[in-house]
Design a protein around this ligand. Structure first.
Ligand code: HEC
Ligand code: HEC
Ligand code: HEC
Ligand code: HEC
Length: 440
């Protein structure tokens, strides 16, 4: 029984074409077993305590925290808001709270025959949307002697492992071929999506990573999470670009995959400047390459030659988009293969204090070359800087006044990108330089 489910996933993914197998693996793993519903987790002696338990491996108040603070708990309710109704009206899809295209990301939209008795769509993005269907592990997972590995074998999703976690989060926070956010949905008023694994993992946590966690699940490293998140996001984009269905709408490529501000910009701006990362001239719509760009900085302390290879293949991809669909697919697949080959090394790399400095220097060198003229890239840089600053604090490299100064400069950096319609890349650059000057 246990093994049956596992083998099924393996067979399913073997049947899918190589690239989509990667993209759909998070969703298919999550959906491999019945979802019993949030009510199955929220008993007060399970995860529904009002205060953290003292003698337990986990807090046991996860449900309370999720319900009160985590926007995932309200994701389904959001579909009843005026904003959602306006989006749905413009798209002509009826009630958003029952439209599959919205439910796919705003709820646990598993097939109805896979829902247990206590399952409720109105729970939004519930425990099993991330931790996987609990059919096989619910009863046993808290028993003495049951290990994390046992749970994973029974279908619990490895949210602790950065590559798997990134794929999971991005399946909703960027979209995949079968859970797609389109430019038409954006055009109807949906907020632009942006994601960074480390930042987002810590925005509304219901977990604590301490000694007890490390003992059971291994080392935690926020900068490594940032690094892996960039690689997986870059892959996710390339998978969408090379998907005949998701990547195209009529005679146009799917615009959501491109840099929003390549088109949505004031005509009086006259702000175009060259970017080494694209090699493109003025007046060309660019793929949103912000994650690919950041992955080069990830590689700076890991493998310099690989960083150069990624730069060269990214430029080749941008160039190919001005030539043909075939050339674009070929270039995107090459870059995807390169990133895929590097990810295990990145995931195993120990991003210690020295590497943080190398990353910051690499990011700043790009700033001086004018690489962050695109908003999406600047936004990713700010989130990277945040990961690095937190790492400095955790490593004990900064403390007291110095830490406060660094925090203030990080806030100042964020302030320069607060408004995506009226930000200045020049102000962003000087705020970044100031941040770097305050770094240890
Ligand atoms: C099933 C889809 C889905 C998955 C999987 C998912 N999210 Fe979300 N997430 C959403 C939706 C939808 C929202 C917006 C909820 C709302 O406001 O209605 C959201 C919101 C968030 C927010 C709040 C953003 C803000 O501006 O405050 C954070 C943080 C977040 N998600 C982090 C994550 C992380 C980290 C993961 C992976 C561990 C993840 N999400 C996995 C769908 C998902
Ligand atoms: C690919 C996944 C995906 C799909 C499909 C999707 N959403 Fe979202 N939606 C998100 C995420 C993720 C967020 C949170 C963005 C953030 O804060 O970073 C969000 C945010 C929103 C918000 C803003 C919520 C807030 O609190 O400000 C609204 C409204 C919304 N979605 C409505 C819809 C509607 C209506 C549909 C169907 C037409 C839909 N969404 C389809 C992923 C998705
Ligand atoms: C958006 C994705 C997401 C949702 C929804 C979610 N979790 Fe989590 N959960 C995580 C992540 C990421 C971690 C931290 C990594 C880990 O320990 O696997 C985590 C950690 C935990 C832990 C600590 C595990 C440990 O070994 O220390 C528990 C317990 C937990 N979650 C329970 C719940 C419960 C109960 C719910 C529903 C009320 C829930 N989670 C909803 C993503 C999610
Ligand atoms: C290739 C050019 C191009 C790109 C790239 C692009 N858009 Fe658009 N966008 C358009 C066009 C064309 C329209 C339609 C204008 C109309 O309906 O008159 C539009 C409309 C919109 C609208 C509706 C505006 C309104 O006045 O109602 C929004 C919102 C929007 N886009 C958001 C985005 C976001 C977010 C992204 C990036 C994820 C993006 N766009 C990327 C060209 C683009």
């Amino acid at each position: 029984m246990k093994r049956g489910g596992f083998v099924l996933i393996v067979i399913l993914s073997a049947l899918l074409p190589a690239v989509t197998a990667v993209a759909s693996s998070a969703a298919s793993a999550i959906e491999a077993h019945k979802h019993l519903g949030v009510a199955s987790c929220s008993n007060s002696v399970c995860h529904g305590a009002s205060q953290p338990f003292r003698d337990s491996n986990v807090q046991q108040n996860e449900f309370a925290i999720w319900q009160e603070f985590d926007p995932h708990a309200k994701a389904w309710q959001t579909l009843g808001s005026d904003a959602s109704k306006a989006i749905a009206r413009k798209l002509g899809i009826g009630d958003p709270a029952s439209a599959k295209v919205c439910l796919d990301c705003h709820a646990d939209s598993i097939a109805s025959d896979m829902r247990g008795e206590r399952f409720q769509l109105s729970d939004g993005v519930g425990c099993e949307s991330c931790h996987g269907g609990s059919e096989l592990w619910l009863n046993a997972h808290a028993d003495k002697g049951v290990t994390h590995e046992d749970n994973l074998k029974n279908g619990m999703y490895p949210t602790d492992q950065p590559i798997a976690r990134a794929r999971l989060c991005l399946s909703c926070h960027m979209g995949t071929a079968d859970r797609m956010i389109t430019h038409r949905i954006m055009g109807a008023g949906h907020p632009r999506l942006s994601f960074e694994l480390d930042t987002f993992t810590w925005l509304h946590p219901h977990y604590k990573i301490g000694e007890a966690w490390t003992k059971r699940k291994g080392e935690w490293n926020g900068v490594r999470d940032w690094a892996v998140g960039q690689g997986v996001a870059a892959e996710n984009l390339l998978e969408l670009v090379t998907d005949d269905k998701a990547g195209w709408r009529g005679i146009f490529p799917e615009l959501v995959l491109f840099d929003c501000h390549a088109c949505h910009k004031l005509m009086s701006g006259k702000q175009w400047g060259p970017r080494q990362g694209t090699g493109l001239g003025p007046g060309v719509v660019r793929l949103n390459d912000s994650n690919i760009l950041m992955f080069r900085h990830v590689l700076a302390p890991v493998d310099k030659a690989a960083a150069a290879r990624v730069l060269e293949q990214t430029r080749a991809l941008h160039k190919a988009t001005t030539q043909s669909r075939e050339a674009t697919y070929a270039a995107a697949r090459r870059l995807h293969a390169t990133i895929d080959g590097l990810l295990p090394t990145v995931a195993a790399f120990n991003f210690g204090p020295e590497s943080l400095d190398v990353i910051l220097a690499s990011i700043e060198a790009d700033a001086e070359r004018g690489e962050y003229s695109d908003y999406a890239a600047a936004e990713q840089v700010a989130m990277a800087a945040q990961s690095v600053v937190v790492a400095f604090e955790n490593d004990g490299k900064v403390g007291g006044e110095k830490a406060e100064q660094l925090r203030n400069r990080l806030d100042a950096l964020y302030a320069t990108i607060k408004n995506e319609d009226s930000w200045s890349s020049k102000n962003f650059r000087s705020a970044l330089a100031a941040l770097r000057a305050a770094a240890p």
